[in-house]
Design a protein around this ligand. Structure first.
Ligand code: ATP
Ligand code: LTN
Length: 336
């Protein structure tokens, strides 16, 4: 590793291969990852072990994991500058997660919003992994002495519990873990469903009309935007509590084109929602077109993808071994 990489601050983030990546995954997470990759030492993970907290079909999981890797790269993440890897390829994640489970309290896990949401959605499979999910996420982050965790708004609580777990551990054994900070984008932190704008756009959403997928065809994208829910006024104005549908479309248009909310309001003054929705759709089609085309090309090149995830796992294993050894020593495990 060169000296510059050692001096740089560290970033860790991940996305579960629990569904096809959405416009929300791109605008809320991956787009920022790309911007950060010049300034920071970055680890970007495909968290397949987290994905199995909800039942997955094995062949879908395998395909989606590889497709997700291709999409990370197609979105602009350069595998030469970033460490891109699959979580289950680096056993240190599971090992540290077990230790951290023993420093995570039942009460604090019970308060996690994501646990409550997912248990409601998967009432027939509220398994222990779903409950202790945050301890594995804390392991992901703490293994690399991460400074910043770029995530969407919904993950802030998980970064906070990671800090609490790290502080609790440090309180007993001294300064072992660095305390990470969440890094949340100002615009795009919460892209909502197009059909029910009070809910987050989610890749495991059952309503396909509400979601835009990175790999979706231009025609489908246009159709989804035409059907997007708005309100009974005809005024393009940013007001998330009163006009959630329109405000969501404005957010999307703003990130896709770089226009401010003020500029968008002016552009569509006196025009109907029909025009507005078509324009937002067009901007997203153009935003995603090069990503989809590049991802399709990469998906066809299995050898290349394999070389990237193998190299990524090696780099991540090397980087995480030191801290795991230190943790084992601190808690009193006999050295191998
Ligand atoms: P799932 O449906 O499987 O729970 P998800 O689509 O909600 O998944 P995650 O894998 O949980 O997405 O999230 C990946 C990253 O993308 C996280 O940092 C999350 O905050 C961010 N993210 C996901 N959906 C959105 C969204 N709609 N708006 C902004 N950021 C999002
Ligand atoms: N819990 C996150 C995914 C995730 C993650 C991480 C994000 C797992 N480990 C570490 C940031 C850092 C989610 O559901 N989006």
């Amino acid at each position: 590793m060169d000296e510059k990489a050692i001096e740089k601050k560290t970033i860790f983030s991940g996305i579960q291969p629990s569904g096809e990546l959405t416009l929300g995954s791109y605008l809320g997470a991956i787009k920022n990852w790309v911007e950060l990759s010049d300034t920071y030492n970055c680890y970007y993970c495909i968290v397949d072990m987290h994905a199995i907290t909800v039942r997955q079909n094995p062949s879908d999981l395998r395909r989606r994991t590889l497709h997700q890797l291709a999409q990370y790269i197609a979105c602009g993440l350069d595998p030469m500058k970033n460490t891109i890897f699959i979580q289950s390829h680096v056993p240190a994640h599971a090992e540290l997660a077990w230790v951290l489970n023993c420093y995570t309290m039942f009460g604090e896990l019970s308060r996690m919003t994501q646990f409550k949401d997912k248990s409601a959605k998967n009432a027939d499979n509220i398994n222990a992994g779903l409950f202790t999910y945050p301890a594995l996420m804390a392991a992901d982050i703490l293994l690399y002495q991460t400074d910043l965790v770029p995530v969407g708004e919904d993950q802030k609580q998980h970064v906070e519990i990671t800090r609490d777990i790290a502080q609790r551990f440090n309180g007993v054994y001294g300064e072992v873990f660095r305390l990470p900070e969440p890094y949340i984008p100002k615009v795009g932190a919460r892209i909502m469903s197009l059909t029910s704008p009070e809910n987050k756009m989610s890749k495991s959403d059952k309503d396909p009309g509400g979601c835009i997928y990175i790999m979706q065809s231009p025609d489908d994208i246009t159709r989804c935007f035409k059907r997007a829910v708005t309100d009974c006024e005809t005024c393009v104005r940013f007001d998330p509590s009163d006009k959630p549908g329109v405000s969501n479309l404005m957010q999307i248009y703003s990130v896709a084109t770089g226009a401010s909310f003020g500029e968008i309001e002016k552009e569509f003054e006196g025009k109907g929602y029909g025009d507005f929705k078509v324009k937002v759709g067009e901007s997203v089609v153009e935003l995603l077109r090069p990503i989809r085309e590049e991802a399709e090309r990469l998906i066809a090149d299995k050898t290349y993808l394999e070389s990237i995830y193998k190299e990524g796992a090696e780099k991540a294993s090397r980087a995480s071994a030191k801290i795991l050894r230190k943790v084992y020593k601190k808690i009193g495990f006999v050295e191998r």
